[in-house]
Design a protein around this ligand. Structure first.
Ligand SMILES: [Zn+2]
Length: 286
């Protein structure tokens, strides 16, 4: 398969699937915050004399009945969840610094956290949290914990979920592309001794990685999760559809490493974005 076909295949899902995956990422975090709030099997742990906050247990097994909006997802995302049995691991270990998450096929998603990432949640659960305006939270609610988790992990979960979903949809063929074989060649030609790698070596490796079809597909979902196709009108009563040029401007900013992509890749993604925008209909409740 050539690059164009693979990207097309991976982006085949459509807007409904993209929105379902985004919702799925949120619902995972709602589940995690419920578990933390119950504070029996799961919790945040800190020793007396250090400032290191750990989550225990660090594995969350995701099933349909753990997801509040499961019934609203598209059928293909529902089937993916039922068949894949996604597991979310929180970890402090990474192979490369700066990594926020990674995916190990077929169903393992790793979220990397820093030693103080759970500090505010620990404070909430232990009655020590002071929010803006010096107002102490009297009763911690699910939403308080969820909003902290959302800010730190939602976009990364969505990225890794897209890998798992593409793996599922392509029946494990994520790496069956010319780009992937080229990437493997580049990796082989790097000095084996990591300390001997130059800036140019590292740059080549990163650039080639960022151009892999499944990486593009995951960053596409992330960018889509961060933009909207509509906005409130001047009176704040109704929502209106945005112009495509404004949507595209946001999209380019939110798409990580957009400039690394070739013109051909950019064209494919813009076409897809345009199709989603075109399909989109504003829903006003009143
Ligand atoms: Zn990735």
């Amino acid at each position: 398969m050539n690059l164009r076909n693979i990207i097309r295949h991976m982006l085949f899902e459509g807007l409904a699937e993209e929105r379902a995956l985004d919702r799925f990422a949120n619902d995972i975090l709602i589940y995690v915050s419920e578990c933390l709030l119950k504070n029996n099997e799961y919790g945040i742990y800190k020793r007396e004399n250090d400032d290191y906050y750990r989550i225990y247990s660090n594995v969350f097994v995701i099933k349909p009945n753990t997801l509040v909006h499961f019934e609203n997802y598209s059928d293909s995302v529902k089937n993916f969840i039922i068949k894949s049995g996604i597991r979310i691991f929180f970890t402090t270990e990474t192979q490369e610094s700066g990594t926020k998450g990674y995916y190990i096929a077929p169903n393992n998603i790793f979220l990397v956290y820093q030693i103080d990432d759970f500090k505010d949640i620990w404070q909430m659960l232990n009655g020590k949290y002071i929010s803006f305006g010096d107002h102490v939270l009297t009763k911690v609610e699910n939403l308080d914990i969820y909003s902290k988790l959302f800010y730190k992990f939602q976009s990364t979960i969505l990225h890794e979920l897209k890998h798992a979903y593409d793996y599922y949809v392509s029946k494990g063929n994520l790496t069956n592309s010319k780009r992937w074989r080229k990437h493997v060649e580049i990796l082989k030609n790097l000095p084996q001794d990591v300390t001997k790698r130059t800036f140019t070596d590292m740059n080549r490796k990163t650039t080639s990685y960022l151009k892999l079809p499944h990486e593009i597909s995951a960053r596409f979902s992330q960018a889509l999760g961060k933009i909207t196709f509509d906005k409130y009108d001047d009176t704040w009563t109704d929502r209106n559809k945005k112009d495509f040029k404004d949507v595209f401007k946001d999209f380019k900013i939110k798409f990580e490493n957009w400039n690394v992509l070739t013109d051909q890749m950019k064209r494919i993604l813009i076409k897809r974005l345009y199709k989603y925008w075109d399909e989109f209909e504003v829903k006003n409740d009143n």
